[in-house]
Design a protein around this ligand. Structure first.
Ligand SMILES: Cc1cc2nc3c(=O)[nH]c(=O)nc-3n(C[C@H](O)[C@H](O)[C@H](O)COP(=O)(O)OP(=O)(O)OC[C@H]3O[C@@H](n4cnc5c(N)ncnc54)[C@H](O)[C@@H]3O)c2cc1C
Ligand SMILES: *[C@@H]1O[C@H](CO)[C@@H](O)[C@H](O)[C@H]1NC(C)=O
Ligand SMILES: *[C@@H]1O[C@H](CO)[C@@H](O)[C@H](O)[C@H]1NC(C)=O
Ligand SMILES: *[C@@H]1O[C@H](CO)[C@@H](O)[C@H](O)[C@H]1NC(C)=O
Ligand SMILES: *[C@@H]1O[C@H](CO)[C@@H](O)[C@H](O)[C@H]1NC(C)=O
Length: 521
C-alpha cells in the first residue's frame, strides 16, 4: 500500500516539530520536568534513533532487525536529567535499560525480553578529573576506561588504574561488574580500588557513599550497577607503576611441548611474583610444517624492567625459555596499547577515539579453576578444540593480592583458592556462522565440566552469559535469580538480595540477570 504524499508531508512536519510523533505519559512527564526533549529523547521515527542505538552496539548478534528495540532512547546531559528519567519511567512502570559502553556480551544493556523498555544511554556523562596529589580520579559512568587511562597518564608517569584491557569499555558496566586487567595480581580488581560513587536511586535521589550507606556501596562494587540504580560516577584510588614495565609474548605449539608448558603454567602463574601477570591464550591453528595443532601464547605484563623480569622467569619458569629478545620495555600507557593489540607505532591519543575497536559477532563464557587440569585432561581438551576449530580460550592467573582480599570484601567472590579464570571466546564476521559457533561453544563448555569449579560452577558477571540462567520477562523470581546469582556471586548472593530488597523493593531496576528481591518465590 502506498502512502499519500500529503500524509508523508504531514508526518515529516510533525516529526521535525517534536522529534517524536506521539506524546505518551512518559514523554509528557519528562517534558514537564526538563523542558524540550530535542537531542535528549529519540523515538524510533526520529532519523537519529537508529544511529544512536547502533553507536554503542558492541556485538553484531544484537544488531538485527529482529533484535528487540527500545520505545525511546534517552541521552541525558546532566544528572538532573537522569533523575527525571528514573522518576518518569518508574512512575509509568516502564523498564529502563542502562548503557554506558555497550560491551555487555549478551547486549542486555540495550535489548530486553520485556515488551517495552527505554534505553538510558550514558555517553554524554563522561567527565573525568585526576588529582595526582590525592592519588584519586573521579570518572563518570559514560566515560570509557581508555579515556580514564589517558587522563591518568597525562597527569602522571607513575600512576595508573587497574582496569580491563579493552579501552572502549564503559565505566558504568565495567567497574560495577568488578573489572580486572593485567595488574590484578598486584592491585586486585577495579572495585578493590573504588572509594566513592554517585548513584541515582529508585526514588530519583542522587546518593554518594555517605548517603547511600556501606551496604549499597558494597553492592555496586561487583554486584552490577543495573540491579540497584543508575551509576553516575566512581571515585577511584590510583596505584603506583614504575616508569618502565615489560611485556612479552612467547608462543609454543604442541610440537614445541606446549602441553607441558601449559601444564607447568598451572602451578607457576598463580603463585609467581605478583608483579607478573602471565596470561595464557590457547587456540587451534593450522600451520606449516605441523598442520592442525594448538598454539599456546604466554602473554606477560610485568611491573618492572626486563632484567628483573628475566630474573623471575629464569628462576620460576625456565622451561618457557624466555630470553632477552622476547622482551619489550615500555611505559605503562604503552602496555595498555600493547594489551589492546595496537601496533607499537600507535600513540596514546588512540585512547580518546571512542570507536577504536572493531565489532564482530561473538559469544563468550567463563569458568573458574580450583585445581590444575591433569595433563591427560589437557590432551583431551586440546584435541576437542582442534576438532571444533573455532573456539579459543584464555586463562587469566589469580593469586597475589586476589588470594589475600576476603571473598566477602566485595560481591566478587572468586578470591583465595581460585587459581585462574578461563574465558571462552568465539568471534565471527559472517552472520550465517551463528548456529555453528554457538553450538561449538556449548560443546566445549560441556567438555570442560569435570575440570572447572563446581557446586556451583563459577562465572564472571562481566563475562555476561545468559546460558547459565535468566529471570524471565521481569518475573523477579528469587528461585530463578539464585541459579545465575550463585554462579556469579557464590556466598555473596544472599547479601546482594537483602540489599536489593531494601533499596528497590518493587524491582524497578531489573534485567534478565538482575538481583531479585527476597519477597518472591
Ligand atoms: C572486547 C571486550 C573486552 C573485554 N575485556 C574485559 C577485561 O579486560 N576485563 C573485564 O573485567 N571485562 C572485560 N570485558 C567485559 C566488560 O567489562 C563488560 O562487558 C562490562 O559490563 C562493560 O561495561 P559497559 O559499560 O561497556 O557495558 P554496557 O553494555 O553498557 O553495560 C553492561 C551492564 O552494566 C549495566 N550498566 C552500564 N552502565 C551502567 C550505569 N551507569 N549504571 C548502572 N548500570 C549500568 C548495564 O545495564 C548492563 O547490565 C570485555 C568486553 C569486551 C566486549
Ligand atoms: C549494525 O548495522 C548497521 C546497518 O544497519 C551497520 O552500519 C553497523 O555497522 C552495524 N553495527 C554492528 C556493531 O554490527
Ligand atoms: C562536566 O564538566 C563540565 C566542565 O567542567 C561542566 O560544565 C559540566 O557541568 C560537567 N557535567 C557533569 C554532568 O558533571
Ligand atoms: C620438548 O621436550 C623434550 C623432552 O623433555 C625435549 O627433549 C625437547 O627439546 C623439547 N622440545 C622443545 C622444542 O622445547
Ligand atoms: C615494533 O614492532 C615491530 C613489528 O612487530 C618490531 O619489529 C619492532 O622491533 C618493534 N619496535 C619496538 C621499539 O618495540
Amino acid at each position: 500500500m502506498e502512502s499519500h504524499p500529503l500524509v508523508l508531508l504531514v508526518l515529516f512536519f510533525f516529526m521535525s516539530q517534536s522529534t517524536y510523533s506521539q506524546q505518551t505519559p512518559f514523554t509528557s512527564c519528562l517534558q514537564t520536568k526538563i523542558g524540550p526533549l530535542t537531542n535528549i529523547l529519540y523515538a524510533p521515527e526520529n532519523p537519529s534513533y537508529k544511529p544512536t542505538l547502533q553507536e554503542y552496539v558492541k556485538n553484531s548478534r544484537f544488531n538485527k532487525s529482529t533484535t528487540p528495540k527500545p520505545n525511546y532512547i534517552v541521552t541525558p546531559n546532566t544528572f538532573a536529567h537522569v533523575q527525571a528519567i528514573v522518576n518518569c519511567a518508574n512512575g509509568n512502570n516502564i523498564q529502563i535499560k542502562i548503557r554506558s559502553g555497550g560491551h555487555d556480551y549478551e547486549g542486555i544493556s540495550y535489548t530486553s525480553t520485556e515488551p517495552s523498555f527505554i534505553l538510558l544511554d550514558m555517553f554524554n556523562l563522561r567527565n573525568i578529573s585526576v588529582n595526582v596529589g590525592a592519588r584519586l580520579a573521579y570518572v563518570q559512568a559514560g566515560a570509557q576506561i581508555g579515556e580514564l587511562y589517558y587522563n591518568i597518564w597525562k597527569a602522571s608517569n607513575n600512576l595508573a588504574f587497574p582496569g580491563g584491557v579493552c579501552p572502549t569499555m564503559g565505566i558504568g558496566g565495567h567497574i560495577s561488574g568488578g573489572g580486572y586487567g593485567a595488574m590484578l595480581r598486584k592491585y586486585g580488581l577495579s572495585v578493590d580500588n573504588v572509594v566513592d560513587a554517585e548513584i541515582v536511586d529508585v526514588n530519583g535521589r542522587i546518593l554518594d557513599r555517605k548517603s547511600m550507606g556501606e551496604d549499597l556501596f558494597w553492592a555496586i562494587r561487583g554486584g552490577g550497577g543495573a540491579s540497584f540504580g543508575v551509576i553516575l560516577s566512581y571515585t577511584v584510588t590510583l596505584v603506583d607503576v614504575p616508569e618502565i614495565v615489560t611485556v612479552f609474548r612467547v608462543e609454543r605449539v604442541l610440537e614445541e611441548n606446549a602441553t607441558d608448558l601449559v601444564n607447568r603454567w598451572q602451578y607457576i602463574a598463580p603463585v609467581i611474583d605478583n608483579r607478573l601477570f602471565l596470561r595464557l591464550f590457547i587456540q587451534p591453528v593450522t600451520i606449516k610444517p605441523h598442520g592442525k595443532t594448538i598454539k599456546a601464547s604466554f602473554i606477560a605484563m610485568f611491573l618492572g624492567n626486563g632484567q628483573e623480569l628475566l630474573g623471575v622467569t629464569n628462576k620460576e619458569f625456565p622451561e618457557l625459555g624466555v630470553n632477552k629478545n622476547d622482551l619489550r620495555e615500555m611505559s605503562w600507557i604503552d602496555s595498555v596499547l600493547y594489551f589492546a593489540n595496537f601496533d607499537n607505532k600507535t600513540k596514546p591519543e588512540i585512547l580518546l577515539d571512542r570507536h577504536s575497536d572493531t565489532v564482530n559477532f561473538g559469544k563468550k563464557k567463563s569458568d573458574y579453576f580450583q585445581t590444575p587440569v591433569p595433563k591427560t585432561g589437557l590432551d583431551l581438551i586440546f584435541k576437542k578444540m582442534m576438532e571444533l576449530g573455532n573456539v579459543v580460550i584464555q586463562w587469566n592467573p589469580y593469586g597475589g593480592v586476589m588470594a589475600q582480599i576476603p571473598s566477602s570484601a566485595t560481591p566478587f567472590p572468586h578470591r583465595a583458592g581460585f587459581l585462574w579464570k578461563m574465558q571462552y571466546l568465539v568471534d565471527w564476521k559472517d552472520a550465517t556462522m551463528e548456529k555453528e559457533n554457538l553450538n561449538q561453544m556449548r560443546i566445549l563448555y560441556d567438555f570442560m565440566t569435570p575440570y572447572a569449579s563446581n557446586s556451583p560452577r563459577g562465572a564472571f558477571l562481566n563475562y555476561r552469559d545468559i546460558d547459565i540462567g535468566v529471570n524471565h520477562n521481569g518475573a523477579n523470581s528469587y528461585a530463578e535469580g539464585k541459579v545465575y546469582g550463585e554462579k556469579y556471586f557464590l556466598g555473596n548472593f544472599d547479601r546482594l538480595v537483602k540489599i536489593k530488597t531494601a533499596v528497590d523493593p518493587k524491582n524497578f531496576f531489573r534485567n534478565e540477570q538482575s538481583i531479585p528481591t527476597s519477597s518472591t518465590k
